[in-house]
Write a protein of this length. Structure first.
Length: 320
């Protein structure tokens, strides 16, 4: 009973937030020239005077989800109103369809927008369309919007859409003029062995090994160095039987699950284990600094040093 009451309270809070966002969106809607001739309360909007954008599947009358879709579309178009090129009607239709797909998978209100419904919808789109990349990308835009607008009940692990595009057996790579992938994998492994043969546990050896191991992320997944540096300890995850890497593309943003091509999986899994082992002492030290325990250790050592100096001074004075 208490759980039901708590869920009802949470749902009401989300509805209040949506209502506030809707008030601002309605004002912006009246200023968007692309919707001239349409009214905020309409069930569909006329885009550029020619194309009907249905805010829910025809025949559906879920007021809460329709309002959410209106707020989402207006927010997206408002942020791009100054762009030289107008957003294409195909793009707007894809964006407006995101909530329809989720509704088709059983979502009936804000409270139902969670990781489970997102995963179900993503899988539904993948199986329904031959080329699902665009629709899945629009779904990710929608999920980012509700999360950034505090309309989500939980965090999301978004799935990247790179693996939905055409790719060869080695997967998509960042740069086409690099070594052939099998040779590149062998080169990285050879470098690792070379560093390992001269391993002495020194700081320099650790840095050399980390430099080699991170190459797998840069070449295998096409990550920038900043994205590699922001990878968390538990960056690899298995989703629907496939291996993904959680990547933070920018500070403060939600991670994107980047598909790991089959040929790189063994190298990346081993790299993560070695990186964790090398970084463990530094991670523990960082945690001790964060929780204050290291400061206590330093204070104890300083105090011991002060006492030792005091005893030495007293001993020296006694000999005078």
């Amino acid at each position: 009973m208490q759980n039901i009451m708590a869920q009802d309270i949470l749902h009401e809070e989300l509805r209040i937030k949506l209502s506030r966002l809707a008030s601002k969106a309605e004002q912006r809607f009246s200023k968007l020239s692309c919707f001239n001739g349409s009214k905020w309360e309409d069930l569909s909007w006329l885009y550029n005077g020619r194309h009907n954008i249905y805010l829910l599947a025809r025949g559906e009358t879920n007021a809460e989800l329709m309002l959410l879709n209106k707020v989402f579309l207006v927010s997206y178009l408002w942020d791009r109103r100054a762009d030289h090129k107008m957003v294409s009607v195909g793009r707007v239709m894809d964006l407006s369809a995101a909530i329809k797909y989720m509704a088709a998978q059983g979502v009936v209100n804000l409270r139902g927008l969670d990781q489970s419904s997102y995963m179900t919808t993503f899988k539904y789109i993948k199986t329904r369309y031959k080329s699902p990349a665009s629709a899945c990308r629009s779904l990710n835009y929608f999920i980012r919007f509700i999360f950034n607008s505090s309309l989500a009940v939980s965090n999301f692990d978004l799935i990247g859409t790179q693996d939905l595009q055409e790719k060869d057996k080695y997967g998509r790579v960042a740069l086409g003029d690099k070594l052939p992938l099998p040779e590149l994998v062998k080169a990285i492994i050879a470098l690792k062995w070379a560093v390992q043969d001269q391993w002495d546990g020194s700081f320099r050896a650790q840095m050399d090994m980390l430099s080699v191991l991170t190459q797998a992320f840069q070449y295998g997944l096409g990550l920038r160095i900043g994205e590699v540096l922001r990878l968390p300890k538990n960056c690899l995850a298995t989703i629907n039987g496939e291996l993904y890497c959680r990547v933070w593309t920018e500070k403060g943003a939600e991670p994107i699950a980047r598909y790991v091509p089959t040929i790189w999986r063994a190298a990346l899994c081993e790299a993560v284990l070695r990186i964790d082992a090398i970084c463990e002492p530094y991670r523990k030290r960082a945690l001790s600094i964060e929780d204050g325990s290291y400061a206590e250790t330093l204070d104890y050592r300083f105090q011991g040093r002060i006492e030792a100096i005091g005893r030495h001074v007293e001993s020296a004075l006694g000999k005078l």
